[in-house]
Design a protein around this ligand. Structure first.
Ligand SMILES: Nc1ncnc2c1ncn2[C@@H]1O[C@H](COP(=O)(O)OP(=O)(O)OP(=O)(O)O)[C@@H](O)[C@H]1O
Ligand SMILES: [Mg+2]
Length: 286
């Protein structure tokens, strides 16, 4: 191998799969409803890493994922994905590289259609490009195999309406759909938050299995400290539109649920202090 190609390979290996540089986003700018959920966010995600995203309500977690997916245009900064500057790419173009699962088990699938028809529609929309499912038979066989692995008894219910399934079963199917073609990046936004504890555990176990098997680079938002401690190899904690803490694999291994709760408590205390300081300032100057 020449020196040149060696450097090229090395730089490709070093390059993070996702890079956000100084990303800003304000909603309702200049109005009383102005919010600034991204205030110069810098973040690099290495290929193959499984990042847990934590933070209080409104700290900017979903906005971070939405910015990467292209759900809105950012105000300033740059977002790179898989070596491309995607800052100006529309959402549908980025979708070719990204799999997503949201909190609501109803989003992402058509409830009145059967499992089979949902997958066949996704195939027609190009989600499973190049798989050559010209015949429903081939899709049915493929789907049956993959669904059997979920161990939820769904292989016998391919013709049932998705809406008739439990939230856990729907989320498992959405996860299967989102990861079928091995996306370059998987975005999970509290995808088990609406489930009962048993279903949530089942979907989490499945999530962990799929991510490990496919080696998927993943950003997973959760409010569960238990999930944060048990899963993934890095924790990013958001606060007020920025990254407040970033724990690497080694630091994460030492973290306990109580440590994380302590960090949250510190943030809350600081917010209360900020509020009382602001109050004090207001009373002085108004
Ligand atoms: N599309 C939007 N239009 C207007 N405001 C928005 C939009 N998306 C997010 N926001 C606002 O930005 C702030 C951050 O929201 P975001 O959804 O990122 O929080 P979060 O950390 O995901 O919170 P939660 O834990 O409640 O899901 C909030 O004040 C929210 O109302
Ligand atoms: Mg959110």
């Amino acid at each position: 191998m020449s020196a040149h190609s060696q450097t090229t390979v090395a730089s490709q290996l070093d390059r993070p799969l996702v890079r956000l540089s100084q990303v800003y986003k304000t909603f309702h700018a200049g109005t009383v409803n102005e919010v600034r959920p991204m205030r110069g966010v810098n973040l690099e995600i290495a290929e193959g890493s499984f990042v847990i995203v934590l933070g209080g309500n409104g700290s900017g977690k979903s906005t971070l994922l939405n910015a990467i997916a292209g759900s809105f245009a950012i105000d300033a900064g740059r977002i790179e994905l898989d070596g491309h500057d995607v800052s100006a790419w529309p959402e549908h173009r980025r979708a070719a590289l990204i799999g997503r699962v949201f909190q609501n088990p109803f989003s992402g699938t058509a409830p009145n259609m059967s499992i089979l028809d949902n997958f066949s529609l996704a195939a027609k929309r190009g989600k499973f490009r190049g798989l050559g499912w010209a015949h429903t038979r081939a899709l049915r066989d493929d789907l049956s195999d993959r669904v059997r692995e979920l161990k939820m008894g769904l292989e016998d219910r391919l013709d049932s309406a998705i809406g008739s399934l439990s939230g856990g079963q729907r989320q498992a199917l959405t996860l299967l759909m989102a990861t079928w073609l091995k996306p370059r990046l998987l975005l999970l936004d509290e995808h088990t938050a609406a489930l009962d504890p048993k279903s949530a555990d089942q979907v989490i176990a499945l999530t962990d299995r799929i991510i490990a098997r496919e080696g998927l680079t993943t950003l997973m938002v959760t409010h569960s400290m238990q999930q944060a401690v048990n899963l993934g190899d890095r924790i990013v904690m958001m606060h007020s539109g920025n990254v407040l803490h970033d724990f690497n694999a080694e630091q994460k291994r030492r973290l306990r649920v109580d440590d994380l709760l302590g960090r949250f408590e510190n943030v809350r205390r600081r917010e209360l202090l900020d509020e009382s300081a602001a109050e004090l300032l207001r009373s002085r100057y108004i």
